[in-house]
Design a protein around this ligand. Structure first.
Ligand SMILES: Nc1ncnc2c1ncn2[C@@H]1O[C@H](COP(=O)(O)OP(=O)(O)OP(=O)(O)O)[C@@H](O)[C@H]1O
Length: 246
């Protein structure tokens, strides 16, 4: 394990009015970690991911990417966001662009790649998520699972240091969830560093390196998936997971 974490989250706090959504949350992420955040609705999991890439500005606390502090108003915020690929529940694809155009647009506009290079990279990433054969389809012509795989390819195209998944399968029918989960499983096996907010308990325990159970804006319990079924300290996590087990 390297000395500097890829990502360090230190005492992040966030309130909306009187509601404190995050209460001094801290953790480190090392290369190859897959951390799964689970917990009841409204406990701050999505807010945590959004505070990490500063889409939501935290009230206090710090986020460090490769040892450098990220601030939403800093000159390098866009560079940092590219290094933290975000995948949203509702895909956020451009409806008027084909799959391959969705993936290559940031390569052209942000990375300033030439057209041939951007197309090659976009096709490589679509291939990686099993979507190369749908490259010329528009989002409306794709299933939810296919659209989500395109949005994963779009994030991967920026060569991120860490991928942030915010309930990536919540909007999908059960049979479509699996294809997205399999892509994520493969990414984890390839060594991608990932933070995943999910309600997919079986999935979370099947390959996450750590489960973090959030409750009332705090990490209430955390540990390796293998410890959860046995450790007496994982009562709440186990009870919550039991609720969702298929
Ligand atoms: N922009 C906002 N303005 C006001 N309140 C907000 C805002 N965003 C989130 N909240 C509130 O913050 C709390 C935490 O929301 P968050 O989406 O982070 O929870 P979550 O754990 O991800 O929930 P879920 O599992 O249902 O997605 C909720 O009570 C939510 O209503």
């Amino acid at each position: 394990m390297s000395a500097t974490p890829i990502l360090r989250v230190e005492n992040l706090s966030k309130s909306y009015g009187d509601l404190q959504v995050l209460k001094s949350v801290s953790f480190d992420v090392y290369k190859g970690d897959t951390k799964a955040f689970i917990g009841p609705s409204g406990t701050g999991k999505s807010t945590l991911l959004r505070c990490i890439n500063q889409l939501t500005v935290p009230d206090s606390g710090s986020v460090y990417l490769n040892g450098e502090e990220i601030t939403h108003s800093g000159a390098k915020i866009n560079e940092y966001r590219q290094k933290m690929g975000m995948v949203f529940q509702n895909f956020n694809l451009f409806d008027h662009l084909t799959a391959v155009r969705n993936v290559e647009i940031a390569l052209l506009k942000v990375k300033k790649m030439d057209k041939a290079e951007a197309r090659k990279k976009a096709m490589f990433e679509l291939e990686r998520v099993g979507m190369a054969d749908r490259a010329d389809y528009y989002p409306a012509q794709l299933s939810g699972g296919q659209a989500q795989r395109v949005s994963i390819a779009r994030a991967l195209a920026m060569d991120p240091d860490v991928m942030l998944f915010d309930e990536p399968t919540s909007a999908l029918d059960p049979e479509l969830k699996r294809e997205v989960l399999e892509v994520m499983r493969k990414l984890a096996a390839d060594g991608m560093t990932m933070l995943i907010v999910t309600h997919e308990m079986h999935f979370a325990t099947s390959f996450a390196t750590e489960i973090l159970f959030m409750e009332n804006g705090e990490i209430a319990e955390r540990g390796r998936p293998a410890d959860i079924p046995t450790s007496p300290s994982f009562e709440r996590t186990r009870a919550f997971m039991g609720t969702y087990e298929e």
